[in-house]
Write a protein that binds this ligand. Structure first.
Ligand code: SF4
Ligand code: SF4
Length: 164
């Protein structure tokens, strides 16, 4: 996995123009079966890829925290939301709450998340490859393929399966 992660940014860069063109076409004429196909591609990829071998999203980007994430996780730590914010979060350029640092403070050396049951919604949904109307988040996906090996493989499989 180390080798795959090391090569991923370069591989994503090489595919960037091709991916951008693919998503631009897909946006114009999204397949009626897109949601169903994405579900299939997502499930097939995550049968092969074990996030516990990777954790690259937790190591390199981290999620944004919604107000309900903050309330839920603060409660888990028996902290007030304001105490949780002071201890772990900062506000980014887009005015969202994000981690003060990456790798994420809650990531263990074994790649387990110590707040898994209450983790932010963004962590639960990353890399968003099973969401409905996947073509609507193409800009985000173009970035995610350089972080997430599963997202990279899913986009490669999409291009083979879906003619645009
Ligand atoms: S979601 Fe992607 S980047 Fe995150 S741990 Fe799983 S495979 Fe790695
Ligand atoms: S909260 Fe958990 S799942 Fe989310 S980035 Fe941190 S370690 Fe990863």
């Amino acid at each position: 996995m180390e080798e795959i992660l090391g090569q991923l940014p370069q591989k994503a860069k090489e595919k960037h123009t091709e991916n951008k063109k693919f998503f631009a076409k897909l946006k114009k004429r999204p397949s009626k079966k897109l949601d169903y196909m994405m579900q299939e591609l997502h499930e097939a990829e995550f049968e092969r890829t074990d996030c516990l071998d990777c954790a690259n999203c937790c190591k390199t980007t981290g999620p944004l925290f919604t107000n309900s994430d903050i309330e839920r996780i603060a409660k888990f730590f028996k902290l007030k939301p304001s105490q949780f914010i002071d201890r772990y979060l900062r506000i980014d350029e887009e005015n969202d709450y994000v981690l003060q640092q990456v790798p994420c403070t809650f990531l263990g050396s074994d790649n387990y998340c110590s707040i898994y049951e209450v983790r932010p919604k963004a962590c639960r949904e990353f890399p968003h490859t099973d969401r409905k109307k996947f073509h609507q988040i193409s800009n985000l996906t173009l970035k995610n393929v350089s972080i997430c090996p599963a997202a990279f493989n899913i986009v490669e499989a999409m291009k083979k399966k879906i003619s645009v």
